[in-house]
Design a protein around this ligand. Structure first.
Ligand code: GRF
Length: 210
C-alpha cells in the first residue's frame, strides 16, 4: 500500500456467519491508502453477526435468502445482480457457505475470491479443519484462490502454512488459521484492486509495484 488510492475498487463481500474476515477487510479499508472499498455486504441468510458488523461500519447490506431461492442458478443470479447494482468489481467470499453456480463465474470471471482453511488441494469442502486433524497432518494452512466452476478449485493466489500442534483441536487450530486469514486476505484484495494479480490458466503471479 504505497500510493494514495483515489479510485478505490468497489467490492461485494459475501457472508453467512460470524464475519471475522469481513471485519478484517473493514478494518483494512479504513486506511485511505487501501485500494478497495466495500460497496455492499451480501448474506445468504438474515440474522448473522456479519450483517451487524457491516451495519456498525455504515456499509450497505443485502440478504439474498437461500431458502426462498428456487435453484442455485437463480440464487447466484440474484447475488450477482445485487453486486452489480453496487458497482462491485470483485466478489469476496468470506465464510460464504453457498456454492455459486456457473452463471456467477461467467459474470465475474477471475473476479471472485475465496479463503479456504487448508492447503488446497488438500481438504476441500466445508470441514477442512477437523479433516486435517483427523488425518494427522503436521502442516495445514490457508489458501486464497480465485473461484471457478468447481468447489475449492480455482487458481491459487496465496498459500500460508500453519503448523498443527500436539493437542490441537478444531477450535484451537481454526483460531490460528483464522488469525492468518485476517492478516493476508485484506492484502490479497488490495493487490487485486491495484491490478497486481496476473492469471494465466491455473497460475497466478504477483506483479511488483514500482
Ligand atoms: C473462514 O475461516 C474461512 O476459511 C471459511 O469460513 C470461515 C469464515 O469465518 N471459508 P468468518 O465468518 O470470516 O469469521
Amino acid at each position: 500500500m504505497a500510493d494514495p488510492h483515489d479510485a478505490r475498487l468497489p467490492i461485494a463481500v459475501l457472508v453467512s456467519g460470524s464475519g471475522s474476515n469481513l471485519q478484517a477487510i473493514i478494518d483494512a479499508s479504513s486506511d485511505p491508502l487501501y485500494a478497495a472499498e466495500i460497496a455492499v455486504v451480501i448474506s445468504d441468510r438474515p440474522d448473522v453477526f456479519a450483517l451487524r458488523r457491516a451495519g456498525d461500519a455504515g456499509i450497505p447490506t443485502a440478504v439474498v435468502d437461500w431458502r426462498s431461492a428456487t435453484d442455485r442458478a437463480s440464487f447466484s443470479a440474484a447475488v450477482c445482480d445485487v453486486a452489480d447494482a453496487h458497482g462491485a468489481g470483485l466478489l469476496v467470499l468470506a465464510g460464504f457457505m453457498r456454492i455459486l453456480a456457473p452463471n456467477a463465474i461467467a459474470r465475474f470471471p477471475n473476479r471472485i475470491v475465496n479463503t479456504h482453511p487448508a492447503l488446497l488441494p488438500a481438504f476441500p469442502g466445508a470441514h477442512a479443519v477437523p479433516e486435517a486433524i483427523a488425518h494427522g497432518v503436521k502442516i495445514t494452512g490457508v489458501t486464497i484462490h480465485f473461484v471457478d466452476e468447481e468447489v475449492d478449485h480455482g487458481p491459487i493466489i496465496l498459500q500460508v502454512p500453519v503448523a498443527v500442534e500436539d493437542g490441537d483441536d478444531e477450535v484451537t487450530l481454526q483460531k490460528r488459521i483464522q488469525a492468518v486469514e485476517h492478516e493476508v486476505y485484506p492484502v490479497v484484495i488490495d493487490a487485486f484492486a491495484r491490478g497486481r494479480l496476473r492469471v494465466d490458466g491455473r497460475s497466478v503471479t504477483w506483479k511488483e509495484m514500482l
